[in-house]
Design a protein around this ligand. Structure first.
Ligand code: NCD
Length: 313
């Protein structure tokens, strides 16, 4: 594997190897000295054309803990705001002897295009409404830590599927790892063509959560309502959305005790998720953030040091 552009780049063995490497690296988070040597002398640029808190900082931390030099370039404050094209920006940054570009862009497909122009490693940190493979890996890591093997486990993904690169990458990766996925959303927030995806699709959250519609649930992932990508009325108002699709305290009671609640963040509290669900005993939201660092360390290590290499921790 040269780049990580899509969750579809990962077969079961490769995905499992990344998760296993991440598990070995996870322990570093509780050490006093958080530094391993394998990427010493390597340079990674985080090239972000869209806002980010978790993804950018965790890629930065991951690179630094592996001893790489990490530089952040964002559209604001760069020559992008002077009208430079994506290709010119990418070639300029790559010409500085960079080993890996970690790229987030608001246009679906932009990261794949960029990867065809440069010789260095490219990691997709989210392209438009298309894919976000490292998010899917950290979600799989979190689920595996809670549930063990994902074989035959049933994961509900709920909310704004249309605008969610997280949902797309998760459907691909979770099914690769043997899980069953059900998407639940109002019909207006389901993308066209969703019928061809390898998952169930439903509209009634209570039926899905209680297991009546698609069988018992092992985990539920709530998605953010992505208002910045909406240009029309996808639902009547926020109150109606919360009533139909929010993870309220009453809905939390429908979940089996063992089932974790995930959210990629940032959360709209009171809209897609209640504070009780976000902060309660089912919630693994902060475990996801922690897993993000370990999984990104594993991805950078495997892409830059080589898939055959073992990391000594
Ligand atoms: C997600 C993203 O940017 O796609 N967030 C993230 O990476 N943690 C989901 C979102 O923005 O809602």
């Amino acid at each position: 594997m040269r780049n990580l552009l899509s969750a579809a780049d990962l077969d079961r063995d490769e995905a499992t190897a990344i998760l296993d490497t991440a598990a070995r690296m996870h322990g570093i988070q509780t050490r006093e000295v958080k530094k391993l040597p394998p990427l010493r002398g390597r340079t990674i640029v985080n090239l972000f054309f869209e806002d980010s808190t978790r993804t950018r900082s965790s890629f930065e931390i991951a690179g630094k803990w592996l001893s790489a030099d990490v530089i952040n370039v964002s559209a604001k404050g760069s020559s992008v705001s002077k009208g430079e094209s994506l290709r010119d920006t990418a070639l300029t940054v790559a010409a500085m002897g960079v080993d890996a570009l970690v790229v987030r862009h608001h246009a679906s497909g932009a990261v794949q295009r960029l990867a065809s122009w440069v010789d260095c490693v490219v990691v997709n940190a989210g392209d438009g409404t298309h894919e976000h493979p490292t998010q899917a890996l950290l979600d799989a890591y979190t689920l595996r830590s809670r549930l063990g093997s994902l074989d035959e486990r049933h994961v509900l993904i709920v909310g704004d599927i249309t605008h969610s690169r997280v949902a797309r990458s998760n459907v691909l990766l979770l099914t690769t790892l043997g899980a069953r996925v059900t998407l639940v959303a109002p019909p207006t927030l389901l993308p066209s063509g969703v019928g061809t995806w390898p998952c169930n699709v439903g509209w009634d959250l209570d039926e899905a959560l209680s297991g009546k519609a698609f069988g018992d649930v092992d985990a539920v992932m709530m998605l953010r309502v992505q208002r910045e990508r909406m240009n029309g009325g996808y639902f009547p108002n926020e109150r109606e959305y919360a009533i139909g699709y929010g993870l309220s305290p009453a809905r939390l009671d429908l979940l089996p005790e063992h089932a974790p609640v995930l959210h990629p963040g940032p959360m709209n509290r009171g809209l897609e998720i209640s504070s009780l669900a976000a902060d309660g005993p089912h919630s693994v939201v902060l475990d996801q953030v922690q897993a993000g660092v370990s999984v990104r360390m594993a991805v950078l290590f495997r892409l830059l040091a080589g898939a055959g290499e073992e990391v000594s921790v």
